[in-house]
Design a protein around this ligand. Sequence first.
Ligand code: S3P
Ligand code: PEP
Length: 411
Amino acid sequence: MALVHIPGSKSITARALFLAAAADGVTTLQRPLRSDDTEGFAEGLARLGYRVGRTPDSWQVDGRPQGPAVPEADVYCRDGATTARFLPALAAAGHGTYRFDASPQMRRRPLLPLTRALRDLGVDLRHEEAEGHHPLTVTAHGVEGGEVVLDAGQSSQYLTALLLLGPLTRTGLRITVTDLVSVPYVEITLAMMRSFGVEVGREGSTYVVPPGGYRATTYAIEPDASTSSYFFAAAALTGGEVTVAGLGEGALQGDLGFVEVLRRMGAQVEIGADRTTVRGTGQLHGITVTMRDISDTMPTLAAIAPFASGPVRIEDVANTRVKECDRLDACAENLRRLGVDVATGEDWIEIRPGVPSGAEIKTYGDHRIVMSFAVTGLRTPGISFDDPGCVRKTFPGFHEAFARLKGEIVG
Ligand SMILES: O=C(O)C1=C[C@@H](OP(=O)(O)O)[C@@H](O)[C@H](O)C1
Ligand SMILES: C=C(OP(=O)(O)O)C(=O)O
C-alpha cells in the first residue's frame, strides 16, 4: 500500500495567481504547484509589475484591481496555455502596452476565439505573425464590459479567461457559449471566483459575470488530479494499492473522475472525505469511454490499455490534438513502437490487447506522454524516453516520486 502526496494542481494554481493579482489586497496561496507552467505564470505576473513573494510552501501576491503596475511589458509564457491565454485577459483590464510570446508549440496552439472575443469587447489586440496565435500585443485601456459570443469547443480556457476578466470590467460581462469542451475546468473557475468573492450567474448557455472586482483571501491549493491519474493507473495495472492524500469528495478537479474509469475497468475505488484510494484487482476490462470532460487523462488510459482483456476505445477527444503535442497521434505512434495494435480517427483512439515490448518513447516534449508511458513501464521492461525532463511542465519531481511508488507497490 502506498500513500502518495501529489504536488498542487496546475489549473488551480494558475487561476489562484490570476485572482490574487486582480484582488483588492494581499492573498496567500498555500501549497501552490512549483513547476515550469506555474513558475512561468508567476514570472509573467512579475513582468506585469505585480509583487509575487515565493517561499516553498506559500506564495503571496499583492493584488492590483487597477491592473498591471507597469506601462509596458514583454511576457514570455513558456509552454503554458493557462499563462498564454489567461494573462492577456488580465492585462486588457489595465492601461499599457503588453506583449505576450510563448514556446514554439504554444505558438502553434489556437487562440483565435478568445482574441476575437476580446476584440469584440473593444480590446485593442494585435497578432504579430499569424492571426489567432502568439506573439500578440494588447494595448490596454480598461474594458467596458457587455455581451460576447464565444465558441469554446476547442478549449475551455477561452471561457475561463473571459470569466476571470469579467469582474474587472466596468459593467460586467454576459458570455454566451456556443460550444464547450472540458466543462469541469469551467466549474473550477466558477468555484474559485466564488472563493474570491464573485458569484457568476447562469442563464442557459449565458454566463453572467458581475462587475466589482475580487476580494483577497487565503487559498489552499488541492493536489493535482491529472498528475494523480498516473499513480492511480499504476495501482490498477499492478494490482497494488495507492492512496492520494488531499483529494476526496469535495475536490474541485474533474480529472479525479479518472478513478471512475478505472472502476469500470475492474479496479476498486474508495473516495473518502479527503483522500482517494485505488486498488488493483488483477482484472482490467476493455471499455468504451468518452473523455471530453477529462481529456488530460486520455494518455494515462491509453498507456495501460494494452493490458486490458478487451479493446479500449476512447472517444470525443479531438482537442487532445492541440495540446502540448497531437496526443492522439503521439499515443498511437508510441503504442505501435511498443508493438501494440492501435487505430485512431479524428476524435478517437482504439487500443487492442497486446504484450508491449520495450522501446524508446518519442515524447514530443509532452509531460503527459512521459508520465503515462512511465506507467506502462511498470509492466514493460526497457521503456525509455527521448526527453524525460519535459515533466518539468507540471511535475519536476515525477521520476523520483514514481520510482518510490514502484518500490512500494511492485518491489
Ligand atoms: O483551464 C485549465 O486549467 C485547463 C483546461 C483544459 O484545457 P482545454 O479546455 O483546452 O481542454 C486542460 O486540458 C488543461 O490542462 C488545463
Ligand atoms: C493541456 C495541458 O496543459 P495546458 O493546456 O494548460 O498547456 C496539460 O497539462 O495537459
